[in-house]
Design a protein. Structure first.
Length: 366
């Protein structure tokens, strides 16, 4: 393991308690949840700041202001500010610098927040406290050794360093325009036989098509019915397509699902609907894909097990999301390597804040 990563895991996350009165930046879902948590923990949230704040707006009884219009800005040095933004599309280094310029006592981000308050937090993708990583050092080191190039190992270590420190400056610059077909990795076989798990509205198929790929066949799985309606209308324009209004899993079963959240719709024990899931081995006998893509909100390890026979027989290339759970960064590479199918494993990142980190697996070392 990288020596610095090992030292960071072992060291406590030293951060002083928040001021009794705090400001929260961000009036969206994350900001609202953070504000409610802080109030429940005994803090007073004096204001929510948001670039889109409107005159007279309130959330949970807390006034919302644009930063320049906050009437107590002259008192900023009395308060810590928690930047409650957790979004793949936001360049946080620039945003945090802007907020520091407002003169707060401290400017803290969501990694600081999770280390100050590790208990009772909802699912927020990879967010967790540093304590989560302790005892997993050998797994992390073993996964790093599986990666096939220096760029991947750098991504792996830099993502870990960022998540362990909260320093957004540690992250490499992402490449959002080539997700699932990175320009510095070998091109996929074309025409392609694609299995798209978490197909959303067909955006991946469309992006691959615009990148010059053609399709012999497409099997697209999307359990959110709003997304599925758009998918079924869009994907057949690009080639022979089979669209399935269901999720993928390790076996064929029904699960509770949080629908209506766009690309963030996901399996959840208290979800607002029930969906059908299938194992790819059951649903696609004889399909023989050349590429399997999975971005399924944390269900990737289970769904890979449900596709193991197909993957072993057809040896498709793989593009598997690694960012939904903190441990997926090392567990999914180890899972695929453990099948001993000769895959070369690479990592690339396509979103800010280590979102849209993807494992690319090439069969037979190609």
């Amino acid at each position: 393991m990288d020596r610095e990563i090992d030292q960071l895991i072992q060291a406590p996350f030293e951060i002083a308690p928040l001021t009794p009165e705090v400001v929260v930046y961000g009036a969206g879902n994350t900001g609202r949840a953070v504000s409610a948590y802080l109030v429940g923990a005994g803090h007073r949230v004096v204001a929510l700041l948001d670039a889109e704040g409107q005159p007279g707006q309130q959330v949970q009884g807390i006034p919302v202001h644009r930063p320049a219009a906050w009437p107590d800005r002259r008192r900023a040095a009395e308060f810590d500010v928690v930047v409650a933004v957790h979004n793949y599309g936001v360049e946080m280094v620039e945003l945090l610098a802007q907020i520091r310029g407002l003169g707060f006592r401290r400017t803290l981000n969501m990694i600081h927040f999770h280390n100050l308050f590790p208990d009772g937090q909802p699912f927020r993708f990879w967010l967790t406290s540093r304590a989560f990583y302790r005892g997993r050092e050998r797994e992390i080191e073993a996964a790093a050794s599986l990666l096939g190039d220096a760029i991947s190992r750098r991504w792996f270590n830099d993502v870990l360093a960022f998540r362990l420190t909260g320093d957004y400056g540690r992250l490499p610059v992402p490449s959002p325009t080539d997700q699932y077909f990175p320009g510095d990795l070998p091109r996929w076989k074309s025409p392609m036989r694609l299995v798209d798990c978490g197909a959303f509205t067909g955006d991946t198929v469309e992006a691959l098509s615009h990148a010059g790929y053609r399709f012999d066949a497409i099997a697209a799985f999307e359990p959110d019915l709003e997304n599925y309606a758009a998918l079924a209308a869009r994907v057949p324009c690009h080639g022979p397509a089979f669209c399935f209004p269901c999720g993928v899993a390790g076996s064929t079963l029904k699960v509770r699902f949080e629908a209506g959240a766009g690309m963030a719709s996901h399996q959840a024990a208290d979800g607002n609907s029930v969906i059908q899931c299938v194992a790819l081995d059951d649903a696609l006998p004889g399909f023989r894909p050349t590429l399997v893509k999975m971005d399924i909100e944390g269900a990737e390890p289970d769904a890979l097990e449900g596709a193991r026979q197909m993957i072993s027989a057809a040896r498709p290339s793989l593009a598997i999301a690694l960012y939904h759970q903190p441990s997926h960064l090392w567990e999914i590479p180890a899972q695929i390597a453990g099948w001993d199918l000769g895959y070369r494993l690479e990592i690339r990142g396509h979103g800010h804040g280590s979102f849209d980190t993807v494992l690319y697996a090439f069969p037979n070392g190609n």
